[in-house]
Structure formats: C-alpha cells, structure tokens
Design a binder for this molecule. Structure first.
Ligand code: NAD
Length: 268
C-alpha cells in the first residue's frame, strides 16, 4: 500500500546500488511513499529482486543495470527519468564498494575499482542529474559518505573515497546555492553485507532519513553532513578555516616547533 505522507508522492528519484542493503531499503521506502523510481545496480540478479518488490508495492519504476562509474550508465539514469517520467527530483548516490586492507597490502585493481565506484560514480551520476535539475529549477541529492572518513582501521582507501564524497557535497551545495538544488551527505551505519558481523540496526532504519533529505520537508537543508545509525542522529561539521589560528612568522625551526606545541595545546 502507498502511504500518502512525507511529501514524496510522484517525485522521480534515482537510487544507485539499489540491489541490496541501504539502496534497496531506500528504493522500497520511496516506493511506499509514492515516489517513482529509477533503480540501478551492478549486480543484475540483485537488482531484479528490488524491481520485483517495487512491482509488488505498485511503485512505478525503471531498471538501469550497470556500473555508476560508466559515464554512459550515469547519463542513462537521468535520461530515463526525464524520458519516462518527465523530470528528475532526486538522486541517491548510494552505490559503493568497501574492503579492508593495510596500506602495504593494497592491490592496484581493488584501489582503482573502489575509487571508480565510490568517487567517479557519485560524480558522474551527480553531474548528469544536476544538468537536468538546473533546467527544472529544483532537485535534491543525497550522497552516501561514511564516518570512516574521519579515520578508520585498515580502510585508508575506502575512507578517502568517502571523504571525497563529503567534499563533493559541500562544494556542489555552494555551487548550486540559489538554484533550488540541494546537496547533502549522510554517513550511515547499518547491518548490510558491508558491515557483516557487526551488531547494527537494519538498513530500513536508514531509509527514512534519506527520504526526509529528498523531501520538501528539508527544503532549506543543503551543504550539510549528517550521521545516523538507526538510533542517533548527529551532524559532522567540517573544520572551519581559521578556528585554530595562532600567530607564526617563522624564522627558525624552533619558532615552528613552538607554534606547533601551542597549536597542540588548544583543546579540539
Ligand atoms: N552499511 C553501513 O554501515 C555503511 C557505513 C558507511 C557508509 N555506507 C555507505 O552506504 C552505501 C550503501 O552501502 P550498504 O551498506 O548498503 O552496502 P552493500 O554492499 O549492501 O550495497 C552496496 C550496493 O552498491 C552496489 N554497487 C557497488 N559498486 C557499484 C557500481 N560500480 N555501480 C552500481 N552499483 C554498485 C552493490 O552491488 C550493492 O548493491 C555505500 O556507499 C556505503 O559506502 C554504509
């Protein structure tokens, strides 16, 4: 049954990586709230399960299989939204790869595919979506980042890709101020294949926060970075330029050492 709440009725939304986990839960929550969907995934079999569930709900949808790191697939997502539903209201840049490795264990192919899926994928899908949204004068993008960007064990590459996604959100929000297009980032924490073995809330607990950030209920929210684990919501505020400023006209290494000592003594 379609719930008539949340300001999402008839909104046209792309969800990438929608075959399982947070992407699947978000696509189904959006479908139940009355949205029309373009669902993407690299795993065609998993994507078919989401498509079947959307059909059961009665949510209008289009399936676009393929990698978000492929410019043509990213372009097709927006093209399908416009062709089939006449516009694009939202993009959830959810598709992502995760693995753990110490720096000396890294493998070129794994680094490359992770950067491509997480960084290029979010960029490519966002660029095409923004082009369509600019013409309409409205739109909302939610980029899935990660708390790991603040530092996490054996996740240097993954964390760096997620920091890139957060930075992309801050930058695009600035570029798009006044255009009606909003861009926010979310660091989720939920039980999915990505977090196997951890005791966490299910991905369906994350979906309502993404739905809210896409909806008109958050029309004045842009350039923000939230963190949610199904139980607690917080905001990650990037360090502001100049908040920890001490004078330094360095003439000698000792001047620099003294300045660093002063800086380190300032509470974070
Ligand atoms: N689960 C968590 O606690 C957690 C924490 C921090 C961040 N995240 C982020 O949330 C997002 C969803 O993660 P999840 O936990 O649901 O993981 P998941 O592995 O269950 O889902 C990721 C989905 O992305 C798809 N995908 C991967 N590469 C793709 C590509 N190139 N093109 C299209 N689809 C691709 C996968 O097939 C899968 O369906 C990811 O971006 C992840 O980094 C999750």
């Amino acid at each position: 049954m379609r719930a008539e709440t949340g300001g999402l009725i008839d909104k046209v939304v792309i969800v990438t990586g929608a075959g399982r986990g947070i992407g699947q839960a978000t696509a189904l929550a959006l479908g139940r709230a009355g949205a029309r969907l373009i669902v993407n995934g690299i795993d065609a079999g998993a994507l078919d399960e989401t498509v079947a569930a959307l059909a059961e709900i009665g949510a209008p949808h289009v399936r676009v299989a393929g990698s978000v790191a492929d410019w043509g697939v990213a372009e097709a997502l927006t093209a399908q939204a416009v062709e089939r539903f006449g516009r694009l209201d939202g993009l959830v840049n959810n598709a992502g790869l995760h693995y753990q490795a110490m720096p000396w264990e890294e493998d070129e192919a794994q680094v490359r595919s992770t950067v491509e899926a997480n960084v290029l994928g979010s960029m490519f899908c966002g660029i095409h979506a923004i082009r369509a949204m600019r013409g309409q004068g409205h739109g909302a993008i939610v980029n899935l980042s990660s708390g790991a960007m603040l530092g996490s064990d054996a996740r240097g590459i993954y964390s760096a890709t997620k920091a890139a996604v957060a930075t992309l959100s801050f930058g695009w929000a600035r570029d798009l101020a006044g255009t009606g297009i909003r861009v926010n980032a979310l660091a989720p924490h939920a039980a999915t294949r990505m977090t196997e073995g951890e005791q966490l809330a299910g991905p369906e607990r994350i979906a309502p926060v993404i739905c809210h950030l896409l909806s008109d209920g958050s029309h004045d929210v842009s350039g923000r970075f939230f963190r949610y684990n199904g139980h607690e919501l917080s905001e990650i505020v990037p360090a502001r330029k100049g908040t920890l400023q001490i004078p330094l006209d360095a003439d000698t290494p000792d001047d620099v050492a003294a300045a660093f000592a002063k800086l380190a003594a300032i509470p974070a």
